[in-house]
Design a protein around this ligand. Structure first.
Ligand SMILES: [Zn+2]
Length: 140
């Protein structure tokens, strides 16, 4: 159990460190990941605006976070609950398997993201393709 806890903490630490480095790089340079879907076709994928959403959230700008990617923002607590529950079971019992509610939550999240991806391009729900051209910034 202790080994699994160490392994999980190490992996979470690496993931967090990469996230912090990317965040600092983005804040210092204003260069972020460019969405290939947006670059090629001018449409927003369900994940577009994620970096700006997280940056807004870290600046306690909830309105900005909702504008950039409302779907991911709303799904964060659910996805965190799935991740924590999954790794808690792994650390405790050594079993890596998704429970029924994990699968249901992931399918629900995928459905929300798919719907958001379609609706955000059709209607002006927060960040919209026309805003990127109008404001002259790259969307990431
Ligand atoms: Zn995208």
């Amino acid at each position: 159990m202790k080994e699994r806890a160490k392994e999980t903490a190490k992996n979470a630490g690496v993931l967090l460190a990469v996230g912090i480095l990317y965040y600092l790089f983005y804040r210092l340079t204003d260069i972020g990941f460019k969405c290939p879907l947006y670059e090629l076709f001018g449409i927003l994928c369900p994940g577009c605006g994620l970096t700006r959403m997280i940056t807004s959230l870290l600046s306690f700008d909830l309105k900005g976070a909702l504008y950039y990617n409302a779907a991911v923002l709303i799904l964060i607590p659910l996805l965190l609950a799935v991740g924590i529950s999954y790794y808690y079971e792994y650390i405790k019992n050594g079993v890596r398997s998704l429970k029924r509610w994990h699968k249901a939550a992931l399918i629900f999240s995928a459905a929300i993201m798919l719907a958001y991806g379609i609706l955000r391009n059709a209607f002006e729900i927060g960040l919209h393709p026309s805003h990127g051209e109008m404001l002259g910034f790259l969307i990431y």
